[in-house]
Design a protein. Structure first.
Length: 408
């Protein structure tokens, strides 16, 4: 039996969804089957490996349904944690955690408050409720015994509350849940915010070969993935410990992050909480590879790298909190600049991607304002084109402004 993460990535290598989606879906699978059985002690509390993972991308283009659907199926087959994948209210989720549930395959009860929430569209999963964001934020943290007072249901008690979440969303729908309240109230900081890292080759999945004639071969089966996950779920429960080298690596990195937080406060809370995400991911990487509760140096190093890779995603999302059309266009425009290799984009390149939701007039108004503020500089590259093709580059001042805006 190999590393579950590697096997999962191999199994999904021919699918159209980007690698980043599948990788974080794999992490979510391990996290969900670990339940509340494993923990790391930090100060006066226990950190469980549960995760909130959000796959963010254009609707339909990036195929968020494949990783979320596969993860749901695998967790159901393992059968050691409760699963909700259909439309639900947050109150119904709480009741499900409080009550025992029967494993359909074995007939045995699934006890405790460990639950896996999974869907390819976040906003269609939850029934709209003003209490949703505060409750999602609250139930992220593990509690041995939690009491919740629900309207119409009285008080319910949940033992060993441990919530994992894997969902997808696009820009238009995401704001319904991850609003300004979620950004500044702590929910965004508790979420691994994942964007696509590639565009894979088309694969119609209509038969045994790709459209170009190459074979669709797989070195591992879904049944083997389930077996691997079951093995992880059956590791003797208990506390997980870092090796001395792993602890020293984490300690040095943690101190550097804390210094950065004090020098440049982050009001979204992402930097203030990223160390917890690193611990959770280290736990997941450890059991996925070795079925051992001792966290090694390379687990910590990879967890740090993976978490830091996500930081630009939060920055772009947090600065786009306004509701006007120019604010929405600004978020897309800054995202294109920050994600380019040279911090630049031409108006034609931008409009090719966003012509349906960013009118030319809005783009012109936006770039005029940003240039006047010194956030971008403009250079005409083709004056004969209609409209003239202009290259916009983010300035040093612009980078600083982006950071300041995120902190407000």
């Amino acid at each position: 039996m190999g590393n579950f993460i590697d096997d999962f990535m191999s199994y999904t290598a021919n699918a159209e969804s980007p690698s980043s989606y599948f990788r974080w879906a794999a992490y979510s699978c391990v996290s969900a089957v670990m339940r509340d059985n494993f923990y790391v002690t930090q100060e006066l509390k226990k950190i469980m490996p549960n995760m909130y993972v959000l796959l963010h991308g254009d609707s339909g283009q990036h195929r968020k349904g494949a990783p979320t659907g596969l993860a749901t199926e695998l967790i159901r087959q393992v059968g050691n944690t409760k699963v909700i994948s259909g439309r639900s209210s947050i109150q119904a989720v709480m009741k499900c955690m409080a009550e025992p549930e029967q494993n359909r395959a074995t007939g045995k009860p699934i006890l405790g408050g460990s639950i896996f929430l999974c869907a390819d569209e976040l906003s269609s999963f939850f029934v709209n409720d003003p209490a949703l964001i505060p409750m999602l934020t609250d139930i992220y943290d593990y509690k041995a015994l939690a009491d919740h007072r629900l309207v119409g249901s009285g008080t319910i008690w949940i033992k060993n509350r441990c919530v994992s979440l894997l969902m997808g969303s696009n820009e238009a729908m995401l704001r319904e849940v991850y609003s300004n309240l979620a950004i500044h109230g702590g929910l965004l900081a508790r979420t691994f915010f994942v964007k696509p890292d590639e565009a894979r080759k088309p694969n119609s999945a209509f038969g045994k070969k790709r459209y170009d004639g190459t074979e669709l071969s797989q070195d591992i089966s879904e049944a083997e993935l389930v077996t691997s996950l079951k093995a992880i779920s059956e590791v003797e429960r208990g506390e997980m410990f870092p090796t001395e080298k792993a602890w020293r690596e984490y300690d040095l990195w943690y101190k550097s992050i804390r210094e950065r937080v004090f020098k440049s406060p982050d009001k979204t809370g992402v930097l203030s909480r990223i160390h917890t995400g690193v611990i959770k991911l280290s736990m997941v990487l450890c059991l996925a590879e070795s079925l051992d509760r001792e966290i090694s140096l390379h687990h910590v190093q990879e967890a740090i790298d993976r978490c830091l890779d996500l930081l630009p995603n939060y920055e772009v999302y947090a600065i786009s909190g306004g509701d006007s059309s120019i604010s929405s266009a600004g978020a897309k425009f800054l995202s294109e600049l920050l994600n380019s290799s040279d911090l630049s984009v031409t108006n034609k390149e931008f409009l090719r991607k966003h012509w349906m939701d960013v009118p030319l007039k809005v783009l012109n108004d936006l770039t005029t304002t940003l240039e006047a503020a010194g956030i971008i500089k403009a250079e005409i590259v083709d004056s004969m084109a209609i409209p003239p093709n202009v290259k916009y580059t983010l300035t040093k001042t612009g980078l600083e402004k982006v950071k300041q805006r995120r902190e407000k």
